[in-house]
Design a protein around this ligand. Structure first.
Ligand SMILES: Nc1ncnc2c1ncn2[C@@H]1O[C@H](COP(=O)(O)OP(=O)(O)OP(=O)(O)O)[C@@H](O)[C@H]1O
Ligand SMILES: [Mg+2]
Length: 281
């Protein structure tokens, strides 16, 4: 992994022009960051004090980039992802989508949560369609079609009418991923999407999801994934941002230029894993 001490210093070399991952979106003229986090700090209000959680975070995610966000438990990773998703507001600093400040949830950014937040009384299809409830510009029939396709893309064709209680953990997570895909976001935010799954299921789903994201027909431009799993980060990411213990700040921003497909047994893969571990230790 190439190492950049500052995310600002890292970003100019990651444009579509400079040969970041495949040129899937090279026809897009926007060369700036798709997501830009600028000096974001956040403290949660407590009864008589406040809990500082994020401290002056700056990082970017460009077109065609798969960015991993990692750091010790409780350092504020999920909080940062929620700020990027527009679900909570930073105490100071800004987050921009294509240069536009994010002030609330927007349809270009979709989130896959760590736990399977499915409505138990709804089928897989209804759970996916539920994510589109706010889209008044679409007919129910359109929503249904998009949702069926999203389930198919997530490997759940034939499971449209099944309830969450009848699905395995991996399948529930696929429904969560299908729900995000149905939103046809440009940015996919994933909070430890594979951590609750057994190793084999997680391994398969990781490969499938990555294949899906880099598919030229996918609208997704950029992925930001929170993960504790160092091997997963080295396998999937183009860049890894490591946060310190709470209040989280950026310890290191590393480019991961290992050629794809990545061989998890290769010497260079293992070296990258070791290097990333050293920043987390
Ligand atoms: N809504 C909230 N109100 C008050 N404190 C919160 C809230 N959400 C999170 N926190 C606190 O903020 C800190 C960071 O939480 P966060 O969930 O972002 O960490 P994390 O890095 O995602 O941790 P993990 O790796 O365990 O998922 C924790 O100390 C947590 O208790
Ligand atoms: Mg978390």
């Amino acid at each position: 992994m190439a190492v950049n001490q500052s995310s600002k210093a890292a970003t100019p070399s990651v444009t579509a022009e400079s040969g970041a991952p495949s040129g899937k979106w090279s026809q897009d003229s926007w060369a700036g960051p798709i997501v830009e986090v600028e000096h974001v700090s956040l403290s949660f209000a407590k009864e008589k004090s406040s809990l500082p959680v994020l401290n002056d975070i700056s990082m970017s995610a460009f077109q065609n980039e798969f960015v991993a966000l990692t750091g010790p438990s409780g350092c504020g990773k999920s909080t940062l992802l929620r700020i990027i998703a527009g679900l909570i507001h930073a105490t100071s600093g800004t987050v921009k989508f294509r240069g536009d400040p994010i002030t609330g949830p927007r349809h270009e950014l979709a989130m896959v949560f760590q736990t399977f937040v499915l409505l138990p009384w709804k089928t897989s299809l209804d759970n996916v369609m539920f994510g589109l409830s706010a889209r008044t510009d679409m007919s129910d029939e359109e929503k249904r079609k998009i949702s069926v396709r999203a389930l198919e893309n997530a490997g759940l064709a034939g499971f449209e009418n099944v309830y969450p209680s009848e699905l395995s953990g991996g399948m529930k997570q696929r429904v969560g991923i299908a729900r995000a895909l149905a939103l046809q976001p440009q940015v996919l935010l994933m909070d430890e999407p594979f951590s609750a799954l057994d190793n084999l299921t997680a391994d398969r789903l990781r490969r499938e999801i990555y294949g899906l994201l880099i598919n030229p027909s996918s609208p997704i431009h950029t992925v930001i994934m929170v993960s504790h799993n160092v091997e997963e980060i080295v396998e999937l990411s183009d860049r890894a941002v490591v946060l310190s213990a709470r209040p989280g700040h950026v310890v290191i921003d590393m480019k991961n230029e290992l050629p794809r497909p990545r061989n998890k047994k290769s010497e260079e893969f293992l070296q990258s894993v070791d290097k990333l571990y050293s920043y987390l230790a």
